[in-house]
Design a protein around this ligand. Structure first.
Ligand SMILES: C[S@@+](CC[C@H](N)C(=O)[O-])C[C@H]1O[C@@H](n2cnc3c(N)ncnc32)[C@H](O)[C@@H]1O
Length: 279
């Protein structure tokens, strides 16, 4: 069999695996980018010493643990505190003053992973005197990462690396004021998480559940194809109050999407937008 035929078969096998995950367990990855899916699934095939994607499909159908592993493989959870510090600096300078005009504030972190982005936001809100007025809903498709997020405990090595991000984001205190170092871990002040609700929520199939003043969804849309990006952005648009704001990842865009007309840009490089009044 030549390489072209092998590739064709591999693509068919991948399609069958995605369909099988959907039919057996209800997780819908049909509109994730094919290159991302293929890379991650072939990696799993190799790690499990299997010969083909079909062998993985068979294991997954009979064993929920294999499905859990595939879910972990497909959801890249890489994150950090004050990731892309300019984003948080712009939040502080351009978004916080607008949020301050509301008596109570709902923020939705969609695809929050292990919670670093949520703690960063809580620190920012605390420094700006807003933490007590805010309800933060932090959601992810993956229960395992949410369990880590709820703890607020991270490796001290990572936390030290994130100190620079905090300073570049305009942090007003010393980063170490927010955590206690114990052995090789940093335990963050639980007060930061007191207004945070962690929820399992799948952006592909679950509905809107709040009237949000601010939605943060960074480095998630990048894994979705155009059709799914539109669907998820429509969900965010529906969840935002008029004048509500959305922040997306630096490699993501509202341009050429179905909601583009409904938003105006607040910051260009950091991709923060405001929903137009009357939309
Ligand atoms: C790369 S992380 C981004 C974390 C954080 N927002 C950041 O920018 O640092 C992507 C997260 O999106 C989540 N995710 C992927 N597909 C999802 C879906 N359909 N619904 C909700 N979350 C999803 C993954 O589980 C993962 O935790």
């Amino acid at each position: 069999m030549n390489e072209k035929e092998l590739l064709e078969i591999e693509n068919i096998e991948l399609q069958l695996l995605i369909e099988a995950i959907y039919l057996k367990y209800g997780y819908d990855f049909k509109n994730y980018t094919k290159s991302h899916l293929k890379r991650r699934i072939l990696r799993r095939v190799k790690l499990d010493n299997l010969k083909t994607i079909t062998q993985l499909t068979e294991k997954m159908l009979y064993d929920r643990e294999v499905l859990k592993q595939i879910l972990l493989d497909l959801s890249i959870n890489v994150t950090e505190m004050f990731r892309f510090p300019k984003f948080f600096k712009d939040l502080r300078e351009d978004v916080i003053p607008l949020l301050k005009t509301y008596p109570s504030i709902n923020i939705w972190h969609a695809g929050c992973s292990t919670g670093e982005e949520v703690i960063s936001m809580a620190i920012l809100l605390k420094e700006e005197g807003l933490l007590n007025r805010v309800n933060i809903y932090a959601t992810d498709i993956n229960k395992k990462v949410l369990d880590i997020a709820k703890e607020g405990i991270y490796s001290i090595e990572d936390v030290k690396k994130w100190t620079k991000n905090y300073q570049e984001a305009g942090g007003k205190k010393s980063f170490s004021d927010y955590y206690v170092a114990k052995y090789d871990h940093a335990i963050f002040d639980q007060d930061l998480l007191k207004n945070v609700t962690f929820l399992e929520h799948n952006l592909v199939i679950d509905k809107s559940f709040i009237d949000a003043n601010l939605v943060i969804c960074r480095n998630v849309l990048i894994y979705f194809n155009k059709e799914l990006q539109n669907q998820v952005l429509e969900l965010f648009e529906e969840s935002l109050i008029p004048g509500g704001m959305i922040g997306i990842g630096s490699k993501e865009n509202l341009k050429f999407t179905s909601v583009n007309e409904k938003f105006e840009s607040i910051t260009a490089t950091t991709k923060i937008y405001k929903k137009k009044i009357g939309c």
